[in-house]
Design a protein around this ligand. Sequence first.
Ligand code: ADQ
Length: 467
Amino acid sequence: MSRLVVVSNRLADPRKPAAGGLAVALGESLARTGGLWFGWSGTVDDAAGPGEGQVHMRKAGSVTLATVDLNQEDFATYYQGYANSVLWPVFHYRLDLADFHSAYVDGYRRVNRMFAQKLLPLLRDDDTIWIHDYHLIPLASELRALGCRQRIGFFLHIPVPPPLILAALPHHPWLMRSLLAYDLVGLQSQADVSHLRRYLLSEMQAEELGDGRFAAHGRELRLQAFPIGIDVQEFERLGAAPEAVQTRTALHQEYSRRQLLLGIDRLDYSKGIPQRVRAFQQLLEKYPENRHSATLIMIASPSRDDVNAYADLRQELEGLCGAINGDYGDLDWMPLRYIHRVVARRRVPGLCRASRVGLVTPLRDGMNLVAKEYVVAQDPEDPGVLVLSRFAGAAEQLQEALLVNPYDTEGMADAIQTALRMPLHERQQRHARLMERIREHDVHWWRRSFLEALAAPAPAILNPPLE
Ligand code: ADQ
């Protein structure tokens, strides 16, 4: 069996309970074959010059973790700059928030090149390489330029916008062409595949060969949707553990006469958090019977605080929450509890289960794992209702959720009201269908199906060097 080499911007220890589905999935695949996990150490260290980080190697069980430090300039240009102030907003359709600077793209290229140089000597001939996410799009083309001929797959965790949005990205021909160095590109949804397909045809004059295969610039690329799932069994185990039960019981006691609504996100403008708060306000306004009886718990963990758009969002949200609590709150009831913190992973299932409504309302999201976690945490006899943005990748699979347009405040308030009033048999039916799909397409299915597709016979034209 060929060794798996996973490359992602950040790593997790595969032996420790992981904070999210991705770390679990990757850790497990690696532990199975004994593999190598390569990426940034998370440390910024100016000892080395730009693009000259040290590699640190350590073992975690059968997995070797190889990490590289970043110099301050690399961190500011590659990570904060091009990855999080250019690619993240553009791929989430927010051209207005993108901050284009040539120093950013230079840093991004430099770090991808450095990663390729540091990774290459660690590779074996029969390795299978699986590269993750927008930080590392050009990594395969940098590896190919150094002579790497191993099978390389790429999975993008964030959405792909329509071709004309991508085309607004300075350097998009270079960036998108670097995708051709991969043997397989995996995306979250059919919508993403359709956008990238149209980009390849219109901007890259690719030839469509059928079955998701394209030829361009003398190379062949395969495109396919692999919607990421969660580790259902692990999440169920977590839900049955004492901490989850305690969290649920404490919330039930505290809110015995009230219905809880829940939002859990990273504090990110793509997650539609202010829009959700406005919809909740509209709910209280339009359906006053919910005053004193509904409480929205919003847990938004700090994220990328040093990028301007995130600091602005935090201020906006604090103002909004304060205003709603001031306008509608009473001595014995606060409509909104806003918590700017990460909650311990073991408490997430309890929080979800105690909530009658799960609000997952991103403006754009590659998938959104919270939607799946919320459903899995429910009691099948008395399940809560998922209100889900149609613009989350998860909406393609989770059609039995109440699908909403997060830009339509009133429509969202109506959907929340429907969720709060939904009869038991309808909640049960919807929940059962959602569970079926989430169980079938769990994180293990995702990993297996991607790696099987990557192992499929090689394209006819394999790896001629990029010009
Ligand atoms: P993210 O944007 O980080 O991931 P998401 O899919 O929602 O988002 O997963 C977040 C994970 O972190 C979930 O497991 C959730 O429970 C946890 N989490 C979030 N906020 C938390 C908080 N405040 N406290 C505790 N835990 C919290 C990117 C893409 C997504 C895609 C994933 C996986 O943006 O679209 O689903 O990768 O591919």
